[in-house]
Ligand binder design. Structure first.
Ligand code: 5AD
Ligand code: SF4
Length: 481
């Protein structure tokens, strides 16, 4: 850090910082980094907003009534801010993230008690904003895309993230899918240099992290300057990270099918620490709707990609995102989505009703789908996806899966962790095992998690069995039974 960095302002008195995070994993990462940026000013994270000296609302704009949710939460925070003022203290209230980026001045117009509005690209300037807010007493808006790269201005010091950690390597998106607000709120695609990523990964591992999930709105579009003077792609970066001693697991999210290159597919074959679970959004199974969405791939492209990935890593489990009711979607288009889901077999997935985002092409398109049709299609799709997830989980029973333990379980005496396929796994065991990976024989499958027994003798061998999706009767077979 240079001597002119604003985040070198050092305060001695302890202040309480509460961050409320909505939205994706990238917001979770950003919230952690905002806390790191504010730590030199004496801010320490607390779990409740009540009595805090600063509250940051880190928002998400992707779906639903994002702005309305923000204003309703701000109403609640205003009461806490007033209560704090009545005690003679100031609570600095900041709105960050994608709603701040999209709504900007509208937030201050409707909620004038907000002190700071900042976009996702400016949070390295938070210390300066806090100082300015304290001096001027007026509100501050920082939603421009600044010329400097925020990652170059974040402190090297960071609070430990825990056994599993997120690491943002790429931000923004140039793909402009018809429905999506991200290219407008997060800006153009930007990749961090490999050296900075490797340094951050080393620090995380030194602080006890054993699993890193690389993040980006288009994480597999990452192409970063490398120490060898070349430009690396994600496959190469994963191979480098796999060499870090004590880093047991690697994941990445979220990927676009178009950016899945041969080297990345081969990394799934070659890198044992790369977990056999991939979130690969397709959005729709209909070529007509995929074209309307500007996805620039067909359903057949996706299926052949899945084949190549499964050839590289036969036990690969897949997850995806789906939107039902995109403008122009007919029953036949929707049936094409259902057919694709049946063909692929997902271990889990997220599905949403199309929600018009102001300023995006689809929002103004004619032939918006009636709400009732969206509801019905979403229910049918979610029933199918739930069924596939249940079958996937049921297929794990009796298998021995390596589980990385991340924290205490739901009940006393339990600890919890994640399988390679990202399923939560609960066992009865000593909390001393948290942070370690052990083989668990799965005894029971619940709708969203597994329960099992640690087999210490098997831990050294850590076998991962091929994904058992196809074993139980299919949804179709059950329907016709
Ligand atoms: N309406 C519904 N779902 C959306 N998503 C993004 N934008 C919208 C929208 N306008 C979903 C997509 C994306 C996920 C993060 O959110 O499925 O992959
Ligand atoms: Fe949004 Fe499409 Fe970019 Fe994903 S690829 S962030 S859905 S525009």
């Amino acid at each position: 850090m240079s001597a002119t960095q604003p985040n070198e302002i050092v305060a001695t008195d302890r202040k309480r910082l509460h961050v409320i995070t909505w939205g994706c994993q990238m917001n979770v990462y950003d919230s952690g980094r905002m806390a790191d940026v504010l730590a030199p000013l004496g801010y320490t994270p607390v779990s409740e907003p009540d009595g805090a000296d600063m509250v940051i609302l880190n928002t998400c704009h992707i779906r639903d009534k994002a702005a309305e949710k923000v204003f309703s939460e701000l109403g609640r925070l205003r009461r806490l801010k007033d209560a704090r003022a009545a005690e003679g203290h100031r609570m600095v209230l900041a709105v960050a993230g994608c709603v701040a980026q999209a709504e900007g001045a509208e937030i201050l117009a409707r909620a004038p008690y907000v002190d700071i509005v900042l976009g996702p690209q400016t949070y390295h300037r938070l210390p300066e904003m806090v100082a300015r807010a304290a001096r001027a007493g007026g509100a501050i808006i920082e939603t421009d895309f600044p010329p400097e790269d925020k990652f170059d201005h974040l402190p090297d010091q960071a609070a430990p993230q825990g056994v599993t950690a997120f690491l943002t390597i790429q931000e923004g998106c140039d793909k402009f899918c018809s429905f999506c607000v991200v290219p407008y709120t997060r800006g153009a695609e930007q990749s961090r240099p490999a050296t900075a990523i490797l340094a951050e990964a080393r620090r995380l591992v030194a602080q006890g992290t054993r699993e890193i999930t690389l993040l980006g709105q288009n994480v597999n579009a990452w192409h970063g300057d490398a120490p060898d003077g070349k430009t690396w792609g994600l496959g190469r970066l994963l191979r480098e990270l796999a060499d870090l001693p004590d880093l047991l697991r690697l994941r990445y999210a979220t990927s676009h099918p178009r950016d899945m290159d041969a080297d990345l597919i081969e990394a799934h074959r070659d890198v044992p620490t790369l977990m056999p679970f991939l979130h690969l959004p397709i959005q729709s199974g209909s070529d007509r709707i995929l074209a309307a969405m500007n996805r620039k791939h067909t359903a057949a492209d996706y299926l052949s990609l899945v084949d190549r990935l499964r050839a590289a890593r036969p036990d690969l489990a897949l997850s995806s995102d789906f939107i039902v009711g995109h403008p122009g979607e007919t029953e036949a288009d929707f049936e094409a989505t259902m057919a694709l889901v049946r063909t692929v077999g997902f271990a889990q997935a997220y599905s949403f009703k199309y929600s018009p985002r102001p300023g995006t092409p689809a929002a103004g398109a004619p032939s918006q789908v009636p709400e009732a049709d969206k509801d019905r299609r979403l229910q049918a799709l979610q029933a199918l996806l739930r069924d596939q997830q249940a079958r996937f989980n049921a297929g794990c029973v009796g298998r021995a899966l390596p589980v990385l333990f991340t924290g205490p379980g739901r009940h006393p005496g339990q600890i919890a962790g994640r399988s390679p396929f990202l399923q939560p796994v609960h066992v009865t065991a000593d909390s001393a095992l948290i942070g370690q990976e052990h083989v668990v024989t799965i005894a029971a499958a619940l709708p969203n998690s597994l329960a099992g027994v640690i087999d210490l003798a098997l831990t050294q061998q850590a076998p991962i069995q091929p994904a058992p999706i196809q074993q139980a009767p299919t949804y179709q077979e059950r329907l016709s039974a």
